[in-house]
Ligand binder design. Sequence first.
Ligand code: BES
Ligand code: MN
Ligand code: ZN
Length: 501
Amino acid sequence: MDFELKSLSPTQAAQLACDALLVLVPDARPAVEGTDALSQLVARVNKAGDLEAGVAKLLACYRPEGFKAARVCLVRAGDGAAASVRKAVAAGVGALRQPGVQRLGLVLSLMDTSDASVRAAVQAAADATYTFTTTKPSAKARSLRHVVLGVSQPASVRQGFETGKALVSGVEFAKEWANRPANHATPSMLADAARKLGRHAGIKTEVLGPKQVEALGMGSFLAVAKGSAEPLRFIVMQYSGGAKSSAPVVLVGKGITFDTGGISIKPAAEMDEMKFDMGGAASVLGTFAALAELQPAINVVGLIPSCENMPDGMAVKPGDVVTSMSGQTIEILNTDAEGRLILCDALTYAARFKPRSVVDIATLTGACVIALGGVRSGLFSPRDDLAQALQAAGDAAQDLCWRMPLDEEYAEGLKSNFADMGNVAGRAGGAITAAKFLQKFANDLPWAHLDIAGTAWKGGAAKGSTGRPVPLLLQYLIDQAALDAATSKPKKATTGRTRKA
Ligand code: BES
Ligand code: MN
Ligand code: ZN
């Protein structure tokens, strides 16, 4: 699916050759009505009150006079803000989702546009037509091929358009890998996908296996992988878009390709959904796919510890004590709290990059699903500046998160008589105690943790990956690149390889 940004007056929009024309109609009426077919159609509809004010109300017309497209659909876009545009485009493109619609004109020319609203339109059009076909060839693949995005001032929204396109690549990359069943997305297959991304300009990928991970002393990560016939992989990716001296952002993604719970086995109901337990890893891969396209001026490291969590004669047992890479010992009281066990060693590894910030992303706790549901990801950080930057990025990208507390009292329950800490602390505040566990490995790093257990995928009839939080992560990186550009002296300004964010 590709996108084209075009200057389209209402007259030109009506004359656009396409299978369908989707016109966003703001609530605010123009001071003077145009005399072209589109403006006249909208004026008549407004006068008749046939398209209620608000967001996402639709009116479909067939072969209206003066239009080249057979299908013309008007959709209310309320105040025209990014959030409204997103809902309007989702509804409109959803309604036009049919085999005959391959070329779509998406008209934003009747309203004021911004980078954010154009980006939202691109994202929503892709979202509304996404289909997973890898293991279901009979699924109706996306028929929409080409979207012409018509605006009155293309130059003023070019950046939002480019960001939107990169985001679509990143989100769809994440969705593809998260949606794959565990037998089509093993740790080795994830590593191969990361290696492929390493062919893009600015990206390098390195993959470590069990021997190297053992040599690093990652006893905690190794313990989780022990019960599986699939060998673990530790994926290290580097995107170098900034100056050599510019400290990188490190993204750490939980890559459990299937979580049975291990010996502390999970109940059978809905266990299939634990194929999504590599959603954090998928979001890191997706973010790198977006970086490959956007080439912003920043350095980013992606770390993905990946393995299966299986019960087996060789599997780690409740009560076993392991030594993490940090030297701290851990009593594994519950083998189902495995995410923190693989992440803790990756966090220790992250320190070697002397990062400006470390953000781990994980489908970590059912408790976070209970706390925040599927609307906001859980955000944990002892650093106010980092927490604010991530929260702001989420707001700007419409990929929301909510800051949770990290009071020391929450760590009480992690105490153990047999090791430096246990890996669980009872049911109360489960999302927070998991974060407290991770914090013991982040030490002085400027660290944040995103618990995406509720936001990475949807259950029910619409079961599938959401691609979150790729939009939040990419926005955060773009913001950091902009901050660098603003604070470095003009001569030394870090520039992107081809384009700047
Ligand atoms: N992958 C799960 C978390 C999860 C559960 C995500 C449900 C999405 C939906 C994680 O590995 C896990 O099993 N966590 C346990 C921790 C507990 C044993 C302390 C949980 O949340 O039940
Ligand atoms: Mn688990
Ligand atoms: Zn898990």
